[in-house]
Design a protein around this ligand. Structure first.
Ligand SMILES: Nc1ncnc2c1ncn2[C@@H]1O[C@H](COP(=O)(O)OP(=O)(O)O)[C@@H](O)[C@H]1O
Ligand SMILES: [Mg+2]
Length: 259
């Protein structure tokens, strides 16, 4: 009993208190009064229409921009700028074309220090983890869009950060590739125990992936509701046909005013 109580009061890995962000001299409220706490190892989806502040919230957590009001904490210390314990991935892979896959994966390390043979071993392991063991020495132009995002995912993991921010990472890919990559992403982040915040505008995708879904609404950007997803893991794609799943989709739609 005492242990359970202690677990409940343990520090969340990422938290925000009354976090706000405005642009254009306060005329655009990108994020208004966001309060949240994300547990270690959990998977949170941010879902909502364009302009509801999803990317803004990720960029705030990554320390790429500063809040106009409120406080953000990561691993118990306030976020005041970019740091090593959090890493972000975007919709476009942004690989360097003149570098091989493994050279792209090694880039975050290279920007910090001299590369060692252990770093190279680690990069190769990560490429195997994302299913590209045979493509380490291929150039981005030789890889499909999905494979390029796999390289970007390996590069994200190479940073060693245990808080991963993914901004519609597979949004530019076809539906089949996206579903496959989503399932692999789930496997990988659970294997390494990362805390993951994943942005999408697809409600079913948000629910399928997450332990918790933050449903966001625009003007001003707000976390309008938080939906817990009590569906067992690992999840098969077929859970999306269950009444339980569809009930959660409806709940999110009601919040978004889409019913
Ligand atoms: N650098 C910026 N300057 C001005 N307005 C911005 C800037 N970044 C975002 N915004 C505005 O803030 C709101 C939220 O944007 P964003 O976080 O990108 O939404 P989402 O990722 O959910 O589509 C939008 O109205 C957007 O136009
Ligand atoms: Mg966005």
């Amino acid at each position: 009993m005492e242990q359970a109580a202690a677990a409940r009061v343990s520090e969340p890995v990422v938290s925000g208190a009354k976090v706000g962000k405005t642009f254009a001299n306060g005329t655009v409220v990108a994020l208004d009064n966001a309060n949240f706490a994300i547990e270690k190892g959990s998977f949170v989806s941010l879902v909502g229409p364009s302009g509801c502040g999803k990317s803004t919230l990720l960029r705030l957590i990554a320390g790429l921009i500063k809040p106009t009001s409120g406080v953000l904490n990561l691993h118990g210390t306030q976020v005041t700028g970019p740091r090593q314990d959090v890493a972000m991935m975007f919709q476009r892979a942004t690989l360097l074309e003149w570098r091989t896959a493994i050279e792209n994966v090694l880039l975050p390390t290279e920007m910090q220090r001299r590369i060692t043979s252990e770093d190279k071993d680690r990069a190769m392991e990560l490429l195997k983890l994302v299913g590209l063991g045979d493509f380490a020495f291929s150039f981005p132009a030789q890889l499909s869009g999905g494979m390029q995002q796999r390289v970007a995912l390996a590069r994200l993991l190479q940073t060693g950060a245990d808080v991963l921010l993914l901004d519609e990472p597979f949004g530019a890919l076809d539906e089949f590739t996206r579903e496959r990559l989503n399932i692999e992403l789930l496997r990988i982040v659970s294997e390494i125990g990362a805390t993951t915040i994943f942005v999408t505008h697809n409600i079913a995708e948000a629910i399928f992936l997450a332990d918790q879904v933050y449903v966001m609404t625009p003007r001003p950007g707000r976390i309008a509701s938080v939906i817990d997803v009590p569906i067992a893991r690992p999840r098969e794609l077929s859970v999306q046909l269950s009444p339980e799943f569809n009930h959660l989709v409806e709940e999110a739609r009601v919040t978004l005013g889409a019913l």
